[in-house]
Design a protein around this ligand. Structure first.
Ligand code: HH2
Length: 295
């Protein structure tokens, strides 16, 4: 099936302007919850649960019902703590093809979590609005051009091949973002279409994750919206002594703290409880209800 898919990198504008979608979302001036949909056999917390297309679309519907503002769909596990198996292009497309169009009909913006520009181009042609690149436009040399050509938004995530406990991780992330932003500008991607994500768990020690959360305001100061993804990650389990399915408490704590330091978008598997926590935290930080103009 995948071989018949049209995976050309088109220079035409995609069906939806990611810039408009992203701007409209951000204009809501409240924390945005991104629901995770993994159409994979091996994702670290839910691998195999949504590989079946019907199960995947049902999960997407559930996430929307729980209050997700946008959905992030991925068909290749990036396994933040190592051991990811790379998925060939045809296989990644074959996993997405029976799922993505149905997810797009749910009516909220969809982000495609992929390392491959050809997968991103195909998903944007289907109506996805955002590309989530866990190598921040620095892996596939075509990625920035695809994002720009489709008028899409992009999540630039920091990544490293391996953790180096000796480095200042905030400086490393900032330098990485500088390179990614230069690539984005050269390709013609406007700054309003970019969200930065420090990539919690990717090539980082536990302390690095904690430092990035504690000093998140330094990333926010770069001037783009900041997305954070701590959901169910292993450092939460290590600290609290919890297995992967018991990390909601740690997920909520870290998302609320990230909100307090200026993060805008929160990538999570458990949408309803995190959305509740963020709504209450945002009102508390604002000291009023509704919390109106603050982000
Ligand atoms: N984390 C994961 C995957 N993609 N993308 C962004 N922007 N930020 C993240 O923190 C992030 C991400 C890992 O989580 P998950 O998708 O559940 O696992 P897997 O990569 O094993 O599918």
């Amino acid at each position: 099936m995948a071989t018949r898919l049209d995976t050309r990198i088109t220079s035409a504008l995609g069906p939806a302007s990611g810039a408009d979608v992203f701007a409209a979302l951000l204009a809501k001036a409240r924390p945005l919850v991104m629901g995770v949909l993994n159409v994979t056999p091996d994702s670290f917390s839910d691998g195999g649960r949504f590989l079946d297309p019907q199960a995947a679309i049902a999960q997407a519907r559930r996430l929307v019902g729980e209050g997700a503002d946008l959905l992030d769909i991925g068909a290749e596990s990036t396994r933040p703590y190592g051991g990811a198996v790379s998925v060939p292009l045809d296989e990644e497309l074959a996993r997405l093809a029976p799922v993505l169009p149905g997810v797009i009909t749910l009516g909220i913006p969809v982000s495609i979590d992929t390392l491959k520009a050809r997968v991103a181009a195909w998903a944007l042609d289907q109506g996805a609005a955002i590309v989530n690149d866990v190598w921040g436009l620095q892996r596939d040399p075509e990625m920035a051009r695809v994002v720009a050509a489709h008028g899409a938004a992009v999540i630039i995530m920091h990544n490293r091949e391996r953790a180096d406990p000796a480095i200042d991780i905030v400086a490393d992330v900032s330098a990485f973002f500088e390179r990614s932003l230069a690539i984005a500008v050269r390709a013609g991607i406007a700054r309003e279409r970019i969200a930065l994500d420090p990539g919690i768990g990717f090539g980082k020690t536990i302390e690095h994750n904690l430092q990035l959360l504690r000093r998140l305001d330094e990333i926010v100061a770069i001037g783009c919206r900041v997305l954070i993804g701590t959901s169910r990650k292993s450092f939460l389990g290590t600290i609290a002594g919890r297995d992967v399915e018991q990390r909601l408490g740690g997920t909520i704590a870290t998302n609320v703290l990230a909100l307090a330091r200026g993060a805008s978008v929160f990538r999570v598997h458990d949408v309803a409880p995190v959305a509740d926590a963020l709504a209450v935290a945002a009102a508390t930080l604002a000291g009023r209800w509704p919390p109106t103009t603050t982000t």
